[in-house]
Design a protein. Structure first.
Length: 202
């Protein structure tokens, strides 16, 4: 299969930027899927950067299944991923497609920081895009909840939540004297409740 020229590569990136799906189809037919995945402009931007930054969902629908999932987390020269660009330009459907693409990095994309130290979530917040920021936060929470449920099994998770709390117990002896006792989460640990509470911070 022939290799694309520099001009043809530039044309494809422009097609992704402007949403010209027909030209993208023709490029893939002529040069193959790998040629799309390997494309970078002078700033390290990929075809996904171009499509995501401009909110072209139809282009993403076509490109995502034919390019490696690693392209979703590819950073340009400024450390930004396609998700950074989508968040910066307030494209909600695009953000959702990038995060929820099966087999992709998923919510890990939300935490990736660019050279300025900003994540896609931070970019959304900085631009005042509340809708996008809220959705990204909800996805992160959902991921934490799912991770907590699967890690070690549901029973272990439930047991852990009970033992984290200190329990106050009052014991009355035969003479009517009341003794108060605090039972910590890990009673076997010397030092009582202080030690048990310290272990839950790690």
């Amino acid at each position: 299969m022939a290799l694309p020229t520099s001009d043809e590569k530039d044309e494809l990136l422009l097609s992704c930027r402007y949403g010209d799906l027909e030209d993208i189809h023709q490029f893939v037919q002529q040069f193959g899927q790998d040629a799309v995945a390997e494309l970078r402009d002078e700033n390290g931007n990929t075809a996904l950067h171009m499509a995501a930054g401009n909110g072209h969902e139809d282009v993403l629908d076509y490109l995502l299944p034919i390019t490696p999932p690693s392209l979703l987390s590819t950073q340009n020269n400024s450390g930004s991923t396609p998700l950074h660009w989508a968040a910066l330009n307030s494209h909600l459907l695009t953000v959702q497609k990038l995060v929820q693409f099966p087999g992709g990095p998923g919510v890990d994309l939300i935490d990736m920081k660019n050279a300025a130290g900003r994540s896609p979530l931070a970019e959304a917040e900085m631009t005042g895009w509340d809708q996008g920021a809220k959705w990204l936060v909800e996805m992160m929470k959902l991921d934490l909840e799912q991770g907590g449920a699967t890690e070690g099994g549901a029973g272990e998770g439930i047991g852990g939540s009970i033992t984290e709390e200190d329990i106050q117990v009052e014991i009355e002896d035969a003479d009517g004297q009341v003794a108060k006792m605090t039972i910590g989460g890990n009673t076997a640990v010397s030092g009582g409740p202080r030690s048990s509470s310290a272990t839950t911070d790690s």
